[in-house]
Design a protein around this ligand. Sequence first.
Ligand SMILES: Cc1cc2nc3c(=O)[nH]c(=O)nc-3n(C[C@H](O)[C@H](O)[C@H](O)COP(=O)(O)OP(=O)(O)OC[C@H]3O[C@@H](n4cnc5c(N)ncnc54)[C@H](O)[C@@H]3O)c2cc1C
Length: 301
Amino acid sequence: MNVVPRRSRFARGGQRIDVSFEFFPPATAEMEGILWESIKRLAPLTPSFVSVTYGAGGSTRERTHNTVKRILAETALTPAAHLTCVAATRAEIDAIVRQYGEAGVRHIVALRGDSIGGPGTRYAPHPGGYANAADLVGGIRKLGDFEISVSAYPEKHPDSPTVEADIDMLKAKVDAGATRAMTQFFFENDLYFRYLDRVRARGIDIPIVPGILPVQNFKATTGFAARCGASVPSWLAERFHGLDADPATRKLIAAAVAAEQVIDLVDRGVTQFHFYTMNRADLVYAICHLLGLRPAVEQAA
Ligand SMILES: Cc1cc2nc3c(=O)[nH]c(=O)nc-3n(C[C@H](O)[C@H](O)[C@H](O)COP(=O)(O)OP(=O)(O)OC[C@H]3O[C@@H](n4cnc5c(N)ncnc54)[C@H](O)[C@@H]3O)c2cc1C
């Protein structure tokens, strides 16, 4: 069987739209069921890849690996495994990368990770470990022909003293072999475009793919944003105000907000999107539909 898109997916200007979906490894059997329902619903949209996060401090090492392996075994999707430098020696991380290579995984999302004390506490590299994300990218590069994606921060990473220092780190990651960056989520598109201008001015030419977070839960999003240095504009709070006890309306508002954001990005020339799915398919599916993506159909070879 060949899987082919039923209708081609092109932005208004005629350019192809590509998407990727991020999932986290489930902690319980119930969450595993939700994840797999979501993967099955989103798979026919033929994303370029689906990525699986790596828990803080390496806490999901096995679960990340198992989820990635199941995606390889049971779907036609291309998985990307997230990996961080936290709480492991180089030898331990290299062994994980080799295992992925042997299992047929060709794409790693290479990150420094958060300090073990959590966001806000000072990061200290593991003795004998990779010092930072650029160091990790270089290490993975030596171990095989992997596609390597990294993070980017339109509003600056909280550890970074300035945007320029942040962009220096991005440059180091690209020089070490990264070929794509996915951004932290943001709600004001101008922040992304201002950042993109600075990145391009620094001579970085890899795709800087906007990370889109559909707001499944406004309160949780606010807490998450505060920890990772993303701003939540007052107009967004205003849109969700008064809806705490009204999940159906919240969902419609969330779809409208995300739709407005991605359509503006497309109108301004963006053709690739990375969706933080939070393991839920509905909003992401609807937004992809708006972007012109349609489910693939299977055809006899
Ligand atoms: C697309 C995406 C996917 C992610 N996936 C995961 C995941 O699966 N698991 C997970 O645990 N986390 C994940 N994160 C979060 C990420 O691990 C944290 O933001 C972490 O704090 C930084 O890792 P990084 O690779 O993004 O950092 P880097 O790009 O290496 O660094 C970010 C900034 O911090 C500065 N910096 C780094 N170290 C120091 C230091 N010691 N002192 C001062 N400044 C410093 C750098 O200069 C740079 O400006 C993800 C983030 C994004 C955007």
